[in-house]
Design a binder for this molecule. Structure first.
Ligand code: LFR
Length: 484
């Protein structure tokens, strides 16, 4: 075990964790020191994130990390923070929030998309930013704010880093999800801010993963038991960027599915693809660690299943997920498939009924049992993955011979098998905590414990040393293969 330890704060839409990472001779080692729930909340007439509660959980987790490091004879050198993308808090000069941050699932941008596109047509936006159209991209949310005078916008991980250090920065991978970053240069597209009437300094300056953002404020150090010398280091603060960095790939011929609340499906490129074909297929060019391009699509994710489970647990006893997955796996192939990518599934509530309606609208019999609903979700996700990967290969010309599934969904054996079957490609599942691993490895590299350059090579090598992956072979090699 190294004398240095790294704390990864990783908060997803449904749960958060603080993980302590160390580098051993056998590879990186991660220990979860704190876990807590998260979820959108209906507060003050809108869907929001309770960032005050989340910040309290971060402090609890960092306190646990300090104690765990001391017990292991190490010290926390630095902290990295990642969360979901696009959302932000508005802070005034004193650091106070103007209001609790909205969630990207709130429907208020329906009214502002047209306003933004009147000033900046979608073709121009795409050619410049390479960002897929999603109704919740930051620029549509900013257009819905009543006033932006006297405040700066801090993306959620940047907001948490500011609370820890007093320093305001915008981390570059997450900045690429705002719709205000130039895809080719990776710098703010000031003309777009101007065209939308946004203040030029609405966002703090950019910082690349691996750079020090600042050091702990004395009160935070005292409260958590961490040394005042503890740095907050920028990582791929967009959770998907950290997850993709930690894909344990051995060559460049891979696709990835970062599988959680969303499934982010795509390939890694050196340069963005900004043409009309790419825009029509709604592919995004988000920035990855080291300036890589995450050429991907947001496809439906386990949100559909999470929402069904939540609804069923309100109706009666806690549903047995493993039992449901087993029963779903025993159902015959060829059941109903719906468009898992549809924006109709964005908002919470009533998910089983919405899925049944979508199946009927697609000309199928509605799934009649809970197991059938689960199977319909997983078949539909696997179908969306296959479609998206065919498009990714076609549009990028990037050949693939394996699909790495990382994140929580990599534990769903049925989904992994259906993915292999529908794509005709082998699936390598794991690691589950890819996001936290990517977060830790960027910090460890900044501390000199992971080989630097070329590109992500050192990080990927360390990721391979850490990962225990499970391999799923396609049952039917004649199935449509994205590579062929
Ligand atoms: C995944 C993710 C996606 C982003 C969505 C909303 O957690 O970060 O990459 O599109 O959440 O922010």
């Amino acid at each position: 075990t190294s004398a240095q330890a790294f704390a990864a704060v990783d908060i997803g839409a449904s749960s958060g964790r603080v993980i302590l990472g160390t580098m051993t001779d056998a590879g990186p080692e991660l220990v979860t020191v704190h876990r807590f729930p998260n979820g959108v909340q209906f507060l003050g007439g809108a869907l929001r994130w309770d960032v005050e509660a989340l910040f309290a959980e971060v402090l609890t987790g960092l306190t646990a990390a300090a104690a765990a490091a001391a017990a292991a004879g190490t010290t926390v050198t630095s902290i990295g923070i990642d969360t979901w993308a696009v959302d932000y808090g508005l802070v005034d000069d004193t650091g106070a929030l103007r209001h609790l941050p909205f969630s990207y699932r709130d429907g208020r941008t329906e009214a502002t998309i047209g306003v933004v596109h009147a000033a900046l047509p979608p073709e121009r936006l795409y050619a410049r930013t390479g960002l897929q159209f999603l109704p919740f991209n930051t620029l549509y949310q900013l257009a819905a704010e009543r006033s932006l005078s006297g405040v700066q916008a801090l993306l959620i991980p940047d907001l948490l880093a500011y609370r820890l250090t007093g320093e305001r920065r915008t981390e570059a991978t997450n900045a690429s999800t705002t719709g205000l970053l130039d895809a080719a240069t990776g710098t703010w597209a000031q003309d777009l801010l101007e065209a939308l009437g946004l203040p030029a300094d609405l966002f703090p300056p950019l910082v690349e993963p691996g750079s020090v953002v600042g050091h702990l404020l004395p009160a935070i150090a005292a409260g958590t038991g961490l040394p005042e010398t503890t740095a907050v280091v920028a990582v791929g603060s967009h959770d998907t960027a950290s997850a993709v960095a930690a894909v344990p790939a051995g060559s460049t011929r891979f696709a990835y599915i970062s599988s959680g609340t969303w499934s982010l499906v795509g390939v890694e490129l050196d340069t963005p693809i900004l043409g009309d074909g790419s825009r029509a297929a709604n592919f995004t060019n988000e920035r990855g660690v080291d300036g890589t391009i995450r050429y991907l699509r947001n496809t439906g994710g386990l949100w559909l299943l999470q929402e069904c489970l939540r609804e069923w647990s309100v109706e009666g006893p806690e549903p047995d997920l493993l039992g449901l997955l087993t029963a779903a796996g025993e159902l015959p192939a060829g059941g109903p498939v719906i468009d898992a990518d549809s924006n109709d599934f964005l908002a919470p509530d009533g998910m089983p009924a919405r899925i049944r309606r979508a199946a009927e609208a697609a000309g199928h019999a509605a799934p009649s049992s809970r197991a059938a609903v689960v199977r319909c979700i997983l078949d539909s996700l696997a179908e969306a993955y296959a479609r998206t990967l065919r498009d990714a290969v076609r549009l990028s010309g990037h050949a693939i011979d394996v699909i790495h599934v990382v994140g929580g969904g990599s534990q769903n054996a049925l989904l992994c098998q259906l993915t292999a079957d529908r794509t005709g490609l082998p699936v390598l599942a794991g690691p589950v905590e890819a996001t936290a691993l990517g977060n830790v490895l960027v910090q460890a590299r900044a501390a000199g414990l992971v080989a630097a350059g070329p590109g992500l090579a050192g990080i990927r090598e360390a990721a391979r040393a850490a990962a225990r992956t499970v391999r799923y072979e396609p049952a039917d090699l004649a199935a449509l293969s994205p590579a062929g």
